[in-house]
Design a protein around this ligand. Structure first.
Ligand code: NG6
Ligand code: CA
Length: 509
């Protein structure tokens, strides 16, 4: 036991040193490069939802091709098991649990990112990049009074460093169901203003709750306020008819806007943050994909997402800029099958395993909550292959700051480090540790994973997912037991102690 204890303390000490080294790397600005950066951020796509990670019931040829030309990470993580905090961490380089108000944002939230922060897009803007955000935002918009849907939507993406945006303000299951281009709702007719409420119906309009007979897709949980395009949403809205999106064209519209951004900026370095709506609910794939997967709308949405990736690859190829572009494909959190609509995804799963061999899913502290598909391609600058280095989305900011020669101040991106050697496959280890965030916090350090005790529910019956909460400490050997079946905390109290101390130290940092 004493020996083990010493080993663990040694590891914790080494961690401190690693942290110090990482901090030093922040200022190393030699040989700055400015490749384009394309980041496709899928929504709720599980580790096992892509065929390059072993899916056999659904095929993702474009994502597989991208992975084959770059590095496919088997131990790559989103920071959190839900959307808003993962996106917050990715864009700010700060773990979201450090900041209040970064949970799943309601559709009328004001911007949750402090406009004074040095974000990923701002840092790249300072490095001379054109910076575009296309797709799902879900980080709030507008000042503390909330969004003015008929006026200027500021602050928003443009105030945190994007030079252009075409976004869905929250999620497709939240009102208002409109796109925002830069600081205004796109295609809004001023004679038909948008009215939104998150407390009560705006007028006498039908709702999903009162008039389920009007729905083309019924709710299985919530999603019973406004009915837009025959689908019940969260929140009430009226007006803005000309600005409403068409659910079955969301992927095509977003892909078109992303492609336009690339074409318009092909001669300057650009950063495209392309956050797809697929495969979040409500899942309404375009006619081209309807019924094509055999797994219902969830599988069809995966095919549509794969098509999107193929279109972006094709655009880069046809402009001859793929070699000078770092292309990242990953997901904001793990998978969920029934997330509140009766869309037959459960019934038609057909043996498909969205979480792969990992336990849990979206919302969960078990690994499938944050261990997600994770691919990086930068032709000519990396060896192709598979890496099990521990990598996290929180490090994109620190990595690209170092790559482009930007100096980060001490207060910037406190959790984000230069991980280029891991992202390009030269370093096979990656991070010494990473924190995963769902109901509680968990820390992965080497082969160990410790989940701190928590009083949250063990199981969420509405989504059919094990949440990973336990009032007792949990310790898993995730190398030998990737499915987290056997809690070995009682057998290794010294490891539990060391990891709990390391987690605490990182929380206090
Ligand atoms: C939940 C919604 C779910 C989804 C999630 C956010 C209900 C019953 N469930 O509250 O459908 O919208 O929030 O998902 O309303 S995320 O990927 O954006 O985090
Ligand atoms: Ca999500």
């Amino acid at each position: 036991m004493m020996v083990n204890m010493k080993t663990m303390l040694g590891i914790a000490l080494a961690m401190g040193i690693a942290g110090h080294l990482q901090a030093q790397q922040r200022t190393a600005a030699s040989g700055a490069q400015r490749p384009n950066i394309v980041l496709i951020y899928a929504d709720d796509l599980g580790y096992g939802d892509v065929s390059c990670n072993g899916a056999t019931k659904v095929r993702t040829p474009n994502i597989d091709r991208l992975a084959g030309q770059g590095i496919r990470f088997t131990n790559g993580h989103a920071s959190s098991a839900t959307c808003t905090p993962s996106r917050y961490s990715l864009l700010t380089g700060q773990y979201a649990w450090r900041k209040k108000g970064t949970g799943i944002a309601p559709g009328n939230a004001s911007l949750i990112i402090d406009t004074a922060m040095n974000t990923l897009p701002r840092m790249l803007q300072r490095a001379g990049y054109a910076t575009g955000a296309v797709g799902k935002w879900h980080l709030g918009i507008g000042d503390e009074k909330g969004p003015d849907w008929n006026g200027e939507l500021r602050p928003g993406p443009l105030e945190i460093g994007f030079s252009y945006c075409w976004i869905m303000p929250a999620t497709a299951d939240r009102v208002p169901c409109v796109y925002v281009e830069n600081s205004r709702v796109a295609n809004l007719d001023p004679n038909d203003p948008i009215r939104v409420s998150y407390t009560a119906p705006v007028g006498n309009e039908p709702t999903g709750k009162k008039n389920p007979e009007l729905l083309v897709m019924k709710s299985s949980n919530g999603h019973n306020n406004a009915i837009v395009n025959g689908i019940g949403r969260i929140g009430f809205m009226q007006g803005g008819a000309a600005a409403l999106w068409k659910d079955d064209r969301i992927a095509a519209t977003l892909t078109g806007k992303a492609t336009d951004f690339i074409i318009n900026h092909k001669n300057t370095p650009f950063f495209l943050y392309f956050a797809t709506h697929d495969i979040h609910v409500p899942r309404v794939p375009g006619k081209e994909f309807e019924g094509k997967s055999g797994l219902g709308v969830r599988g069809d949405a995966i095919l549509q997402l794969d098509w999107t990736v193929g279109q972006i690859m094709h655009t880069l190829d046809s402009l001859h800029i793929a070699d000078n572009t770092v292309f990242i494909f990953t997901s904001d959190n793990g998978p969920v099958v029934d997330d509140g609509y009766q869309d037959q995804a459960v019934e038609l799963l057909n043996g498909h395993t969205p979480s792969g061999k990992f336990r849990g899913g979206k919302y969960s502290n078990f690994d499938a909550g944050t261990r997600v598909p994770f691919v990086v391609r930068w032709p000519g600058n990396m060896k192709r292959g598979v890496s099990n280095a521990l990598v996290s989305q929180v490090d994109f900011l620190g990595t690209f700051a170092a790559l482009t020669g930007q100096t980060l101040q001490h207060e910037d991106a406190p959790d984000s480090f230069d991980m280029l050697p891991a992202f390009t496959g030269k370093d096979k280890k990656g991070r010494a540790s990473v924190i995963e965030h769902a109901g509680a916090l968990a820390i992965i350090h080497g082969n160990w994973k410790y989940i701190e005790p928590g009083n949250g529910a063990r199981y969420d019956h509405s989504v059919n997912i094990e949440l990973g909460n336990d009032p007792a400490p949990q310790l898993y050997d995730i190398a030998g037991d990737p499915a987290e079946k056997k809690n070995v905390a009682a057998q290794h109290p010294e490891v539990v102690k060391a990891l709990a101390a390391e987690l605490q130290a990182l929380k206090d940092a």
